[in-house]
Design a protein around this ligand. Sequence first.
Ligand SMILES: Cc1cc2ncn([C@H]3O[C@H](COP(=O)(O)O)[C@@H](O)[C@H]3O)c2cc1C
Ligand SMILES: O=C(O)c1cccnc1
Length: 351
Amino acid sequence: MMNISIPPIRREIVEQARTYIDELTKPPGSLGRLEEVAAELAGMTGELLPRVAPPGVLVFAADHGVTEEGVSAYPAEVTAQMVHNFANGGAAINVFSRQIGALLRVVDVGVAAPIADGRIIAKKVRPGTNNFAKTEAMTPAEAEQALRIGCEQAGSIIAQGARTLIVGEMGIGNTTAASALLATLTDEPLERIVGKGSGIDEERLQHKRDVIRRALTLHRPDPAKPLEWLAKIGGLEIAAMAGAMLAAAERRIPILLDGFICTVAALVARQFAPSVVDYMIAGHRSQEPGHSIALGLLGKEPLLDLHMRLGEGSGAAVAFPLLVSAAAMVNEMATFASAGVSTTGVKGEKE
Ligand SMILES: Cc1cc2ncn([C@H]3O[C@H](COP(=O)(O)O)[C@@H](O)[C@H]3O)c2cc1C
Ligand SMILES: O=C(O)c1cccnc1
């Protein structure tokens, strides 16, 4: 098994940051959630004055055998087609990555079709998973290999200078895998967990739930055995995403979460090392209904709710400028003392 060692959050730095933030030239608490985010970033990085840029964006791509059950609005070929689109810079995550000055890498961990493009990192564990409605998606060894690839890619983008990690995905059918994983972590019924993903109609949605129900009955997956759990009903990109998050937390690098699939990958990471959650900030709330359930399990309140439902890391990338604002506030604002601003309000009216 993997050897994961995550340092604890620096609680004393969180406290120091809170005290310092109250000394900045503003009524205490008036920058709201940004103040909390700044203190959290300080505790994660161990720096009273944290820096979050540049962000590193890792997009992991893989295919899902379960697509043969007709669970997505799009054919499985779209995964490979979108990988080429990523290489050419034309996808949403390319646009938002450029906007935020991110280091962006796209990694093939299991696309079914051959990808021969020097701009895509070639780490194919296998060409897509098996249909988990019929058999195990992959072997535990393959799940572990994908996890390790995620770890390595995060380690390398961080070594390249990334100070925040955003993890995205591309994989037609992956809302089915993510929903199946989530269903084993909660008592919520499939009616509340499983959504329309890329946009299926009501009839196909019923079918998607049936497929997941069948798979859960077949495999009886146990999240307490995370590699087997991932192997039975997971996905290669989901495993790689979880691995990347674990590696970021090991290096005190804040993780900015994207939507449904990313948040389920965060829950997967937690099954390997619970304290990884301390290094996560939820970027946004996706429209996929299971996302709110997954966020609830993680205990995270998202920064944004823009009615997005894309994945790729897009929601996290759009939320990233809020981390920049939080860090800039502590790095650049004057204190009452340095600016010569009076801290004493009218008696009884301060705060
Ligand atoms: C063109 C296109 C671009 C995407 N980018 C992300 N996804 C998102 O949709 C897929 C999951 O939805 P489902 O489980 O319904 O297949 C994933 O690839 C996810 O990243 C896309 C989907 C499409 C069609
Ligand atoms: O929230 C997500 O990550 C998501 C939702 C729908 C389709 N693909 C991804």
